[in-house]
Design a protein around this ligand. Sequence first.
Ligand code: CO
Ligand code: CO
Ligand code: CO
Length: 322
Amino acid sequence: MLRRLPPVDDPRLIAHLGDDAAVLRLSPELAVVQTVDCITPIVNDPYLFGQIVAANALSDIYAMGGRPVMALNIVGYPIRSLPAGHLEEMLRGGADKAREAGVAVAGGHTLEDPAPKYGMAVTGIANPAHLVTKRGARPGDALFLTKPIGTGVLATALEQKLAGAAVESVISPVMTALNRGAAEAMLAVGVHACTDVTGFGLLGHLHDLARASGLSARVYAQNVPVLPGARALASRAVSRGTLNNLRHAGEWVAWESDPDHDEQVLLCDAQTSGGLLIAVSVDRKDALIRALEGGGCLACSEVGRLEDGPPGRVLVSGKLAR
Ligand code: CO
Ligand code: CO
Ligand code: CO
C-alpha cells in the first residue's frame, strides 16, 4: 500500500520507511529522530498501561541510537463509559515513565473513541555519524537480545482470563523497562546494527534486520530468554498478531530440528515494548556484555549470529530451554 503513496525523497532524510524511526539531518552533527506508536490496553492497571505506552514508544528512538527529548500524547478514550480517573492514571503513568527517560510530555491530542487507545509521538536527537540502523550488520556478527520474550503469550492469557493477576506482575516490569541502558551500552561499545523486538516477534524482527543487511541469520534457541510461565501457556494464548507472524515466518525460517508448536509460538510471539536486538562484531562482544550488564538490562543473551546466505533467511538451531 505504501508503494502507491508519493515517494519520500527529501535528501535530508537519512532513515525513514522500514527503519525503526525517521531521521532527518539538521546539520553535520545533529539529526532529529521521530517515531509514533499507539496501542490498546494490555494490562488492567491504567497507570501501568501508561508506563508501558511510554516505554514502548521511546523504544524506537533507542533502537536507532537516538536520545529522546520530547513527546506528545495521542489518546482515544470513551469518556462517557469509562471513569475519567482511569484516563488520568493512564496519562500519569505515561508522564512518569517519560520523566524517568528525561523526556518532557509537552502536550498532545485526545479524541472520543469507543475503545481506549494511548500512544506517543516521540522526538529524539542523534549525531548522524552514530546512528544505528538495521542495515549495518556483517557476516559473523553476534546477536544480543536485552529482554526476555513471552509478553505476548502472557498478556493474551491475562486478557482471555487463562491466567490471573500474578501474570501482570511478571510482564509489567518487562514492558515498563526502558531500553535506555541497552541503547547507551551499544553506543558506548560501537555496534553494527540494531532494532527493537515488538509486534513481529523475535524471528520477524531478526528476519527484517538480516534482510536489511543482506545476510542470513542463525538463532540459538537454547540461549533465548523466555519469561516464566510463558511456555506453559503458549499452546492456548496465541494472539492474532502472533498467528500472522507464524504464517509469515513459514516463508523464510528453517528449523534445524523439528520444533514443537510452543517453541514456534514463543519465537514468533508478538511483543509489546520488547528488548533491543543488537548485532555486534565478535571482538566487541565481551565489551557489549559488560556494558549491557552495567546498564541494568533485563537480559544480555547471545541469541544467534549473522552469516552469508539468502537475505532474510533465519535458521533456528537447538531447542528452547525448558
Ligand atoms: Co521498532
Ligand atoms: Co514505531
Ligand atoms: Co518478509
